[in-house]
Design a protein. Structure first.
Lengths: 565, 362
C-alpha cells in the first residue's frame, strides 16, 4: 500500500508527462507482479467495487475520531473530497518510523490489501466491515489512508491516461506502446501471471479477443471549407449513442466499450447478431436504443447500459441496435492501414444496410432516408451507418441543420483516404456537431464543487419561470471562467435565502445562458422536460431574472426539436 | 448589564473605557492586536499595541500615526477598565487583549497560535470569563504537522533544488510568515533573498531585536540568483505576476496552513505546498478555549458558526461574533483581510500586486 500510495502522490505532484512516465516505470519495476497487476487495474480506471458505502464510512470515522457526524459533514463540505476529509480527521497512528519494535506493523502489500480489506468485504455484515476498516486505519499513514479510502469507496482515479500507462509499460518491457495499448484493452489483469504476460514479448491468449484502440474524432472549430474539397470527405450522421467495437473471432464474440469494458451481458441481442458475422471481423460503431419506429433518447440507452445483465423486460422496453461505421479487421486481417473508402466498401459487404431492409430505426430512418421501404422486420440488430448524401459543404451544412430533428448530434466528417489511427490525432476525423440550443435560465440552487472547485459554489441548478415560480430545468457545472466562478460564488453567498446542508437556495438574481444539445420529455424534473448535456454558455449580466425564459419557451423548443405540431 | 465589549459599526468597542479593539474604521482610541491589515487600519487618532510590535505597526500605519505601547503583562487603567496585553504568538508584537471591569474579564485573542516561533513571544493562556477567539482553521481536518519537521522538509527541498541549480521560491505572507520562515531556513545551503515587501518588514523585525539569518535584497540581475543555490521569499501575489520570471528556472512552493488540502494546491496549480501556519489549528483552538477557563466564548474570523455550535454542544455558552472581516467561510468584503487575501492568492483570483514593491524590486 505504501508503494502505491507513494506512486499516487508522486503522480499527483507533477504535471510533467516525462516525470509521470518515470514514476510509473519505477513503480512497475519495483512492485511485485501481483501488486503491479492490482495497481495497473486502478491506474487504468477499471470499474471498482464499492465495498463500503460512503455513508457508513463517515459514520464510522466520526465515531472513531470522537467527532459529531455533523462536524464531519461540514468538514467534507469544506474539503470537497471525502477520502481526504476522513484521512485528515482520523486520529494519528504511530508512524512506522517512530513506533518502537513491538508495534511495527508489517507492511500491507497492495494486492493483499485489496483482497482482505476491499474485495473481502463484499457481502459481509456491517459490523465485520467496520472492524476491518478500523483495523486498516490503524495500519496506514494519513496519505495512505486517502488512497485506500478511494479504493474502498470505488472512486480511485489517478491523473494518468491509459496511453501514458501503456507508454511507461512499453518503455519498461521494450514492446511497442500500441501493442501494450491493445493488450491492455483485452486482457483482464488479475494475477501476477496476467501482468507478466502483459509485458511479455510473446503473443498472449488475451490477444485473441482483443479490440483495437479507438480512433477519436476532434471537434470542428472552424469552417468546413478549410478542409478542402467536400469530395475528399465522407459525411455520416453523428449518432448519439455509445461507442463500441464488436469483435467476432474464432475465440468468440466480444462487445467492447470505449472504457474497455466487455458489454456482452448488457447487450445480448448484439452478441446474437454478431454470430452471423464472418469469423475474424472487428467492427467499430455505435450502440443505440431504438424501437422499431423510433430512435430513443440517449437517457434510455444509458438506463439500459447501466444494467450489467439485461433481462427480458428491459430488452423489450429498451431494445438496442448497433450501427457499424468502420471495419477494422476482416478475415482475421488487420486492415486499419487501408484507406477509409476501401474499409467502407468491405464493411458494406458484411453488414447490411438498415434502410433497405427496414430495421428497428424505421421512424428515424424514414427521416434519415426518404426512400426507405415500410417493412416490419425488427430483428435486424446490426446495420451500417449510411453516408449523408451531399455534394458540397453547403449541402452538408443544410443537412447538419436537420440533425436535431433526426435525433442525431450532427455530422461526422471522415477523410476518404484516412487510415484508422490510434487515439485522437487531428486532421482526418472531425465531429461537426449541430449548434447547441440556448435559453436564459435563472440560478435557483447552488452547491459547493468538489476537487479543484472545493469550497466554491460551482454546481448550479437552473430554472425557468412558470408564472412566478422557478421550475428546475438543468444542473450545470461547466462553462464559466475561474474568475467568474469566484465572483458568482460571492453573489451566491450574499443572496442565500436558505441552506439545506450543502445546498443553498438563492434569491433569483443570476441569469445564465444555458446551452444544450437537445430537449426531451422527462419525469425527473418538475418542468417535465430534460435537456441533454447542459452547460453554461455565458453569464448574462445584462439580463434581469424576470427576463429569463419561461416554461412555455422551453416547451416550444421541445415541439420544434421533436418536429411536433 | 450590557456586555463589556460590543460590536458597533466601527468595530469591537468598550463603552466604559471608550476604546476599540482592532477597529475597521478610524476612531479615537484603537487597541491593536497585531499589524495585519484586517486588524490594523490606518486613520485612527491614537493606537495602543504591545511594545515589541511598535516598529512593525509603524511600517504599516506610517510615520504620522501616534502609537503608544504597553509591555506584555503591563496594566493600564482607563475609567476603571483594566487593560493588559499578553503574547498571542501570531507574529512579532501580536497580543491578546485582556479587558477587566467590575470583576468580569474578557480576552480578545486576535489571531494566535500555540506553536513555538523564534521570531515572537509564545502564546500565554490568560484566564478569563469571556474568550473571544479566532477560528480561521476551526475544522477538525486542520491539524498542523510539527513545524520542525516542516522546516526540515523545506530545507531538504531547497537543498535538492540548489543541487540541481534551480532557484527556490517560497511564497509566504510578507509580514510574520516570511520572517518566521527565514528563521527556519538553513543558511548553509545557500543565500536567502527577500521580495521588497518582505524586506521592509525584515528591517522592522531587526530593529525590534529579532535575530534573523542574513537576507539579501534581490539584485537587478537575478537569473541563477546566488549561483543557482538561492532561495527567494516572496508574497503569494508575486507569483501571479511576471516578476517571478526574472529568476529563470525555479521551483515554487507555497507556505500556508491552507496547503493542507490537496484541492487548494491543485486549484492554484502549485505542485508543492508546505503546511505552516501562524494560526491555531483545531486541536490547539480547543485547547486554548479550555485553558482560558471561560464559560462564554465568542467566535470570530473563520468557521464561526461551526465552532460556536461545537462549543455549545460541549456545554459552553458560545456564539458568533460577527465582524466585517470574516474568513474563508464567507469571503465577502475580504479584500483587505490578509488571511483571506492569502487564501485568495492561493486558491482564487490573483489579488492586486503591491506595485510599489514590484517596482522597487526591479
Amino acid at each position: 500500500m505504501k508503494r502505491f500510495s507513494d506512486l499516487y502522490w508522486k503522480l499527483d505532484g507533477t504535471t510533467s508527462t516525462n516525470q509521470k512516465i518515470e514514476v510509473l516505470k519505477e513503480y512497475f519495476v519495483s512492485a511485485p507482479p501481483e501488486d503491479a497487476a492490482c495497481g495497473l487495474r486502478v491506474l487504468c480506471g477499471a470499474k471498482q467495487l464499492r465495498a463500503v458505502s460512503t455513508r457508513s464510512l463517515r459514520e464510522w470515522a466520526a465515531e472513531f475520531s470522537e467527532l459529531p457526524l455533523w462536524l464531519v459533514e461540514e468538514s467534507y463540505a469544506h474539503v470537497g473530497d471525502l477520502a481526504e476529509t476522513l484521512a485528515l480527521i482520523l486520529p494519528d497512528q504511530p508512524t512506522r518510523e517512530t513506533s518502537n519494535q513491538n508495534h511495527i506493523t508489517e507492511p500491507l502489500p497492495l494486492s493483499r490489501c485489496f483482497e482482505e480489506t476491499i474485495r473481502g468485504l463484499k457481502g459481509k455484515p456491517d459490523n465485520h466491515k467496520r472492524q476491518v476498516v478500523e483495523e486498516t486505519w490503524k495500519r496506514l499513514t494519513p496519505r495512505e489512508r486517502i488512497v485506500w479510502h478511494k479504493l474502498l469507496t470505488g472512486g480511485c482515479r489517478v491523473g494518468v491516461s491509459r496511453s501514458l500507462v501503456a507508454r511507461a509499460l512499453a518503455e519498461m518491457s521494450g514492446l511497442e506502446p500500441a501493442v501494450l495499448a491493445e493488450r491492455m484493452m483485452a486482457a483482464t489483469i488479475e494475477t501476477a501471471e496476467d501482468f507478466q504476460s502483459l509485458i511479455s514479448p510473446k503473443p498472449t491468449s488475451a490477444d485473441s479477443l482483443r479490440p483495437y484502440p479507438f480512433f477519436l474524432a476532434s471537434p470542428m472549430n472552424s469552417e468546413p471549407q478549410e478542409l478542402g474539397s467536400a469530395a475528399d470527405w465522407h459525411a455520416e450522421w453523428k449518432w448519439d449513442g455509445m461507442r463500441a467495437q464488436v469483435v467476432r473471432r474464432s475465440a468468440g464474440i466480444s462487445i467492447w466499450s470505449r472504457g474497455e469494458e466487455r458489454m456482452n451481458d448488457a447487450f445480448p441481442e448484439i452478441v446474437e447478431a454478431a454470430e452471423y458475422l464472418p469469423d475474424g471481423t472487428v467492427l467499430d460503431g455505435e450502440l443505440l436504443a431504438a424501437h422499431p419506429n423510433n430512435l430513443l433518447p440517449f437517457s434510455m440507452l444509458s438506463k439500459r447500459a447501466s444494467r450489467k445483465r439485461a433481462g427480458k423486460k428491459i430488452r423489450t422496453e429498451i431494445p438496442a441496435v448497433f450501427v457499424a461505421y468502420d471495419l477494422l479487421e476482416t478475415q482475421g486481417k488487420d486492415i486499419r492501414q487501408e484507406p477509409l473508402s476501401l474499409r467502407r466498401r468491405k464493411l458494406l459487404t458484411i453488414v447490411p444496410s438498415a434502410f433497405q431492409r427496414q430495421p428497428a430505426l424505421s421512424g428515424v430512418a424514414a427521416k434519415l432516408h426518404h426512400n426507405s421501404a415500410e417493412n416490419e422486420n425488427s430483428d435486424i440488430r446490426m446495420f451500417h451507418s449510411p453516408l449523408v448524401d451531399a455534394h458540397s459543404w453547403d449541402e452538408l451544412a443544410l443537412a447538419r441543420q436537420q440533425a436535431r430533428r433526426r435525433g442525431v448530434e450532427g455530422l461526422m466528417l471522415k477523410r476518404i483516404t484516412s487510415s484508422y489511427a490510434h487515439g485522437r490525432p487531428r486532421g482526418d476525423w472531425w465531429k461537426w456537431k449541430v449548434e447547441p440550443l440556448e435559453i436564459d435560465a435563472v440560478l435557483h440552487y447552488a452547491q459547493a464543487g468538489h476537487g479543484r472547485r472545493a469550497g466554491l459554489h460551482t454546481d448550479y441548478t437552473l430554472g425557468v419561470w412558470d408564472g412566478n415560480q422557478l421550475v428546475t430545468v438543468a444542473k450545470a457545472y461547466s462553462g464559466l471562467s475561474d474568475k467568474e466562478l469566484i465572483e458568482i460564488d460571492k453573489i451566491i453567498r450574499s443572496t442565500t435565502i436558505e441552506r439545506h446542508g450543502p445546498v443553498r437556495v438563492v434569491r433569483p438574481t443570476l441569469v445564465f445562458q444555458l446551452a444544450f444539445e437537445n430537449v426531451s420529455r422527462s419525469t425527473r424534473h418538475k418542468s417535465g422536460i430534460a435537456v441533454r448535456f447542459p452547460r453554461i454558455a455565458r453569464w448574462r449580466r445584462d439580463k434581469l431574472p424576470h427576463e429569463a425564459a419561461t416554461l412555455s419557451d422551453l416547451k416550444a423548443l421541445l415541439a420544434q426539436a421533436t418536429g411536433e405540431q | 448589564m450590557p456586555d463589556l465589549l460590543e460590536i458597533t459599526p466601527n468595530g469591537l468597542f468598550c463603552a466604559v473605557g471608550n476604546f476599540y479593539i482592532d477597529p475597521w474604521r478610524p476612531v479615537s482610541h484603537a487597541v491593536i492586536t497585531h499589524a495585519h491589515a484586517d486588524h490594523a487600519r490606518p486613520g485612527s487618532d491614537c493606537y495602543l499595541c504591545a511594545a515589541p510590535g511598535k516598529h512593525v505597526l509603524r511600517t504599516r500605519m506610517g510615520n504620522q500615526a501616534l502609537i503608544d505601547t504597553l509591555k506584555y503583562n503591563e496594566h493600564l487603567s482607563i475609567n476603571g477598565v483594566d487593560i493588559s496585553l499578553h503574547p498571542a504568538g501570531h507574529l512579532l508584537g501580536s497580543s491578546q487583549v485582556r479587558v477587566s471591569y467590575q470583576g468580569t474579564t474578557w480576552v480578545v485573542t486576535g489571531d494566535y497560535k500555540l506553536q513555538n516561533d523564534s521570531t515572537c513571544d509564545c502564546f500565554e493562556s490568560v484566564p478569563c470569563d469571556v474568550f473571544v477567539t479566532e477560528s480561521t482553521f476551526g475544522l477538525p481536518v486542520y491539524r498542523w504537522p510539527d513545524p520542525e519537521t516542516v522546516a526540515q522538509e523545506i530545507n531538504a527541498w531547497w537543498r535538492a533544488n540548489a543541487d540541481s541549480g534551480r532557484t527556490s521560491v517560497l511564497l509566504a505572507y510578507a509580514l510574520g510568515k516570511a520572517q518566521r520562515l527565514a528563521s527556519l531556513l538553513d543558511p548553509s545551503i545557500g543565500p536567502i533573498y527577500g521580495h521588497g515587501a518582505v524586506m521592509k518588514l525584515v528591517e522592522a523585525y531587526r530593529a525590534s531585536g529579532v535575530r534573523l539569518p542574513p537576507i539579501n535584497r534581490i539584485p537587478p540581475r537575478s537569473r541563477k540568483i546566488g549561483g543557482g543555490r538561492g532561495i527567494v521569499i516572496a508574497p503569494p501575489s508575486a507569483a501571479a505576476t511576471t516578476w517571478i520570471n526574472r529568476f529563470g528556472e525555479t521551483s515554487i512552493a507555497m507556505v500556508s496552513g491552507w496547503m493542507l488540502l490537496r484541492g487548494v494546491r491543485r486549484r492554484r496549480g502549485i505542485p508543492k505546498g508546505f503546511i505552516l501556519s501562524d494560526h491555531v489549528d483545531y486541536p490547539d483552538l480547543m485547547q486554548a478555549v479550555q485553558s482560558s477557563g471561560a464559560q462564554r466564548v465568542l467566535v470570530t474570523h473563520g468557521f464561526t458558526d461551526i465552532v460556536a455550535r461545537l462549543l455549545t454542544e460541549q456545554g459552553l455558552e458560545a456564539e458568533v461574533l460577527a465582524t466585517r472581516f470574516v474568513g474563508e467561510t464567507n469571503p465577502d468584503d475580504s479584500d483587505t483581510d490578509e488571511d483571506a487575501s492569502e487564501l485568495q492568492a492561493i486558491t482564487r483570483e490573483p489579488i492586486e500586486t503591491d506595485n510599489k514593491d514590484a517596482e522597487a524590486a526591479k
